[in-house]
Design a protein around this ligand. Structure first.
Ligand code: C2E
Ligand code: MG
Ligand code: MG
Ligand code: MG
Length: 279
């Protein structure tokens, strides 16, 4: 039988879609096992005061070393975790583990350094985050002010009213709310007024390489002015050179993070950096 070209293409397409589905399912199974076995880790990247270089916070970033010993990046496993619902246990674990680490550091070195934890839109919709956050803070004996929650725009615009309520409940724990990757998502800024957001994190696509790009500098300026007007703090992400750090400070940005300061570090290395920088 002669098969038409169209049929052949459709079959090839279906095969690829099936392969992808199988891969995703294999990853989901492995991720579930890794979460159950406690094989995920958090690394910690410092967020620094641009003027003084002091560490004001660490961002906790999930790390997964696969069974073959290779690093699986969050950009690969977070979407799978979100689609499968595994983000709920993963997210609860991240909040608990990050605060547990902060409490360990507190016992060895007194500081007011904060811990920033990423929250997925799915967690915000499906999990009862406020009581979970409150109980994790209590378990580890930490004031709510020590915790920052990083949310993305897409998480908030879907249901601004429902989310405003969730955010207010989260803020009642004392935690502060940061808008992550700001500038890449939604362009209607009205929601910023409706939501109790404390911090704008300027996406690294506007920061890395900004010295050579006037448009990027213009966007950064606009975000900084917006933040000032709305009474929000600013954190620039993706600072890879000291030139960029200096320029951002001159433009009025207060905090920054990026390879120029440090890459995400193991808990021990992060603790050492905290003591070295903040003593
Ligand atoms: P994010 O929250 O925007 O985190 C910042 C990302 O930028 C991290 O990537 C960090 O390693 C990277 N980065 C930091 N400094 C620089 C720099 O100077 N240059 C460049 N090019 N990159 C820099 P990472 O660790 O691969 O995480 C990617 C994303 O995965 C995060 O983006 C966050 O959205 C998500 N993610 C990571 N951990 C978690 C988690 O526990 N829960 C949730 N829901 N999402 C997470
Ligand atoms: Mg983040
Ligand atoms: Mg970010
Ligand atoms: Mg980003």
């Amino acid at each position: 039988v002669r098969r038409s070209k169209e049929t052949g293409q459709a079959e090839a397409y279906e095969t690829r879609a099936l392969d992808r589905a199988r891969e995703e399912f294999a990853m989901e199974t492995a991720l579930r096992r890794a979460i159950d076995a406690g094989q995920l880790q958090l690394h910690y990247q410092p967020i620094c005061d641009l003027a003084t270089g002091r560490v004001i916070a660490f961002e906790a970033l999930a790390r997964w070393v696969g069974e073959d010993g290779r690093d699986i990046p969050p950009s690969a496993f977070i979407p799978v975790a979100e689609e499968s619902g595994l983000i709920v246990p993963l997210g609860r674990w991240a909040i608990d583990e990050a605060l547990r680490t902060l409490a360990v550091w507190d016992r060895r070195f007194s500081s007011t350094v904060q811990m920033a934890v990423n929250i997925s839109p799915i967690q915000l919709q499906r999990d009862c985050l406020a009581p979970i956050v409150a109980s994790a803070l209590a378990t580890h004996g930490l004031a709510g002010e020590r915790l920052k929650l990083e949310l993305t725009e897409s998480a908030l615009i879907a249901d601004p009213d429902g989310n405003a309520e969730t955010l207010r409940a989260l803020k009642a724990t004392g935690a502060t709310i940061a808008m992550d990757d700001f500038g890449t998502g939604y362009s209607n800024l009205a929601y910023l007024q409706k939501l109790p957001i404390d911090i704008l994190k300027i996406d690294r696509s506007f920061v890395t390489g900004m010295m050579a790009d006037r448009d990027k500098i213009a966007i950064v300026r606009a975000i900084l002015s917006l933040a000032t007007t709305l009474g929000m703090e600013t954190v620039a992400e993706g600072i890879e050179t000291h030139d960029v750090a200096q320029t951002l400070a001159a433009l009025g940005c207060t905090y920054g993070q990026g390879y120029a300061y440090a890459a995400p570090l193991s808990a021990d290395a992060a603790y050492e950096l905290l003591v070295a920088r903040n003593s």
